[in-house]
Design a protein around this ligand. Structure first.
Ligand code: NAP
Length: 259
């Protein structure tokens, strides 16, 4: 299926590895010119080269922290008129809400709510003028089914989801859509870090916990990042202009509800 976005320009945040990188790759394969950002320059540049080499599309790397206004400015200088924006950032740490300070909450809100809103604010009017825009926010299955130890994530991402629900109904008239992708367990470094932490605290082996967790997913496995990348590319495609304000769960059947 030709998604009809060859030649478009995209910003993909937090994209040196994992889910963000998979989105950048799928878009680049569709002929989209991609600008990616992450903090560690070496890994980011390597990702840009690999994606560019594999797809033939131009991939520009901007090393920086997407939660910092000055780094977002440099990102927008590198890609001033994006047609596509994929918002993503590292997830907040797990813990008990009794231990979290106001500063912990502000960091989580910055990373998983306010940064995405700032980037939407900076890019959406240009998209509206050009009568094409696709914004995809990577959030979490925790928006639909909260995970108790991830209270910072549950709260911050629910805030972004509420904001998007309102604004996405205003922009769609101009062929600018805003949707969220809700990953369940995907096989990335982030997931592996949580498995490692579980192994350490329980004294069990990494393999044991990994096998147990993947068996608990109805699909019998973790998600492959490229599966999320392809869903992102579809939502960014020309044919997805009638889909807005939606929350697409990619969790291998983990959420037990009918709707
Ligand atoms: P990952 O494999 O650890 O990759 C995270 C990426 O984000 C890296 O490229 C990292 O590069 C970049 N990054 C982190 N903080 C950043 C910042 N402040 N500014 C710019 N780049 C930043 O993680 P992932 O699994 O792809 O997860 C992506 C998002 O999905 C996270 O918010 C995570 O909580 C959420 N999620 C993941 C899963 C899952 O199972 N994987 C499930 C639900 C939700 P640098 O470190 O170099 O900046």
């Amino acid at each position: 299926m030709d998604l009809g976005i060859a030649g478009r320009k995209a910003i993909v945040c937090a994209a040196s590895k994992g889910l963000g990188r998979a989105c950048a790759h799928s878009l680049a394969r569709e002929g989209v010119e991609v600008t990616i950002i992450a903090r560690h320059e070496e890994a980011l540049k390597a990702a840009a080269e690999e994606i560019g080499g594999a797809t033939g599309s131009r991939v520009t790397a901007v090393a920086g922290d997407v939660t910092r206004p000055e780094d977002r400015e440099r990102l927008l200088e590198a890609c001033p008129s994006p047609d596509i924006l994929v918002n993503n950032c590292g997830g907040p740490p797990p813990g008990d809400f009794r231990d979290w300070t106001r500063d912990d909450w502000i960091s989580a809100l910055d990373a998983n709510m306010l940064t995405a809103i700032e980037l939407i604010k900076a890019t959406v009017d240009g998209m509206i003028e050009r009568r094409f825009g696709r914004i995809v926010n990577i959030t979490s299955s925790a928006v639909k089914a909260p995970i108790d130890i991830l209270g910072l994530s549950n709260g911050a991402r629910a805030g972004l989801t509420g904001f998007v629900a309102g604004v996405s109904r205003k922009t769609v008239r101009h062929n600018v859509t805003i949707n969220n992708l809700l990953p369940g367990p995907f096989d990335t470094d982030r997931l592996n870090a949580t498995i490692e932490a579980g192994a350490k605290s329980s004294g069990r082996s990494l393999e044991e916990i990994r096998a147990e967790r993947s068996a608990a997913v109805p699909a019998g496995r973790f998600g492959y990042p490229e599966e999320l990348g392809e869903a992102c590319a579809f939502l960014c495609g020309r044919h997805a202009g009638f889909i807005t304000g939606q929350n697409l769960l990619l969790d291998g059947g983990g959420f037990p509800g009918t709707l």
